[in-house]
Design a binder for this molecule. Structure first.
Ligand code: ATP
Ligand code: MG
Length: 292
């Protein structure tokens, strides 16, 4: 676990050079509580523990991705807010985590102010993109944990990213609001970049309920093969891990949730890094696994 003072240990380099530009993936769904942060933390950690160099950006003023990794940055300290509004370079605000190869761009409530301050900026939708382009550190994968809104912060994530990962909770109204997300994606596509949906992830699946199975079937009908084969089960261990400041791989790597995120990491790599890095070693990645 990483203490509060970890924020002081700024990342100072030492990674081997990257083999190409990082894959930038935003974890997005404006609906609250669907598993965005749980997915961002655990996917980032699992990929990092497999040897990928990963940067996780906490783009939510709630700061859950930061606290879930045991990192708290007090208001006024360097956070992703400073990088977004151009006070600091991203290199200066990122911090090491307790997970090898995983670096965090931490956030706190200050970030809520950035949304307001950016409104009057030129190229206000491109501030994260600009901040990322100044990054000296090299990463294989950059994951962005978005807030539950389609405001300017999330638009910045969509503009900076190449791919989207959309967690959808296996509950009533799962599809509600997704058409608005699709409209935002289209708008970003026509004005900024070639954003693509990497995958839709079914989360908090409860094998005991017909509802979960029905919702999963409905989402697969709607999104077809965009839906990841991996399904994240509802798991108490997953919900406990953040209060220990640990990803599930460190908290309980034999739990069903850890196994599921290892499967997701493999599918993720197959979808976004097929040519450049190859897929991870499936023996290590999937040890203890019996998912699909
Ligand atoms: N697979 C799971 N099993 C059990 N609990 C889960 C699971 N995934 C997430 N949770 C719990 O559900 C709650 C919401 O999850 P999470 O914070 O990841 O969602 P979110 O989409 O990031 O929320 P927000 O929109 O507020 O940012 C948390 O308490 C989390 O611990
Ligand atoms: Mg969240």
């Amino acid at each position: 676990m990483v203490g509060k003072n970890q924020a002081e240990s700024r990342v100072s380099g030492g990674h081997p050079p990257s083999t190409g530009p990082a894959q930038i993936v935003a974890v997005v769904n404006q609906k609250g509580g669907v598993g965005k942060t749980t997915t961002a933390i655990n996917l980032a950690s699992t990929l990092a523990l497999e040897g990928r160099r990963v940067l996780l950006l906490d783009l939510d003023p709630q700061g859950n991705a930061s606290s879930g990794l045991g990192i708290r940055v007090d208001s006024g300290e360097q956070s992703i807010y400073s990088a977004l509004i151009g006070l600091k370079d991203l290199d200066e605000i990122v911090v090491a985590t307790g997970v090898e190869n995983l670096v965090l761009g931490p956030s706190n409530l200050d970030l809520a102010g950035a949304e307001l301050e950016m409104v009057s900026m030129l190229n206000r939708e491109r501030q994260l993109d600009r901040a990322l382009s100044s990054l000296d550190e090299s990463f294989d994968i950059i994951l962005i944990d978005c807030a539950p809104s389609l405001g300017l912060l999330t638009i910045n994530a969509l503009v900076a990213a190449r791919h989207l990962l959309i967690p959808v909770q296996c509950e009533y109204y799962a599809l509600e609001g997704l058409s608005r997300l699709m409209e935002s994606i289209e708008r970003v596509r026509s004005n900024f970049n070639e954003l693509e949906i990497l995958g839709v992830l079914l989360t908090m699946f409860d094998t005991r309920t017909k509802l979960s199975a029905d919702v999963a079937a409905q989402i697969r009908t709607y999104f077809g093969d965009k839906v990841f084969r991996t399904v994240i089960p509802r798991s108490i261990r997953l919900s406990e891990a953040p209060s220990y400041g640990e990803p599930i791989e460190l908290y309980d790597r034999m739990s069903a949730g850890a196994v599921a995120y290892r499967f997701l990491a493999q599918e993720f790599l197959q979808r976004c890094l097929p040519a450049r890095l190859g897929t991870a070693n499936s023996t290590t990645l999937l040890s203890g696994a019996n998912q699909p």
